[in-house]
Ligand binder design. Structure first.
Ligand code: SF4
Length: 140
């Protein structure tokens, strides 16, 4: 079972192998690969720091407990009809994204994220809507 907070559901859609550090990216690639190859993997919805936050580097400003990040988590969970503690397969999360999310939601919900300008996250939502699934990681 993989523990994820709300906004990391979206981050995984746009993930291309780039992260805050080598260790962070390796961990995220491992999670991403499991979900891409085994979409029946169970996800537990977390309140606050999760399986990805666990590898956030010590030498960078820690933002995982920032109020704005919790707000982003809540907005995404509300959109997907999820709450803290829920357990469900990644495949079901993709199904809910397909129904409830459009690519332009990223610009609104993730307005202040430094990764947003890459455009990968909007593309990731498009792939789910097209039922193409997670994109194979290019870097790393
Ligand atoms: S814009 Fe930032 S917070 Fe939003 S899904 Fe992408 S990486 Fe995650």
């Amino acid at each position: 079972m993989i523990k994820l907070r709300g906004h990391h559901i979206f981050c995984l859609l746009g993930y291309r192998g780039i992260g805050y550090s080598k260790e962070y990216a390796e961990n995220m690639t491992a999670v991403h690969t499991v979900l891409r190859q085994r979409p029946d993997t169970l996800i537990q919805i977390m309140k606050g720091p999760d399986h990805l936050c666990a590898k956030f580097p010590d030498d960078q400003p820690y933002h995982c407990e920032d109020k704005g990040i919790y707000v982003r988590d809540s907005e995404i969970l509300k959109r997907l009809g999820l709450k803290f503690g829920d357990v469900l397969p990644w495949r079901e999360i993709e199904r809910r994204i397909r129904i409830e999310v459009v690519p332009s939601d990223i610009a609104v919900i993730c307005e202040t994220c430094s990764w947003r300008p890459y455009g990968y996250c909007e593309q990731g939502v498009e792939r789910i809507i097209d039922a193409t699934g997670l994109q194979e990681v290019e870097h790393n």
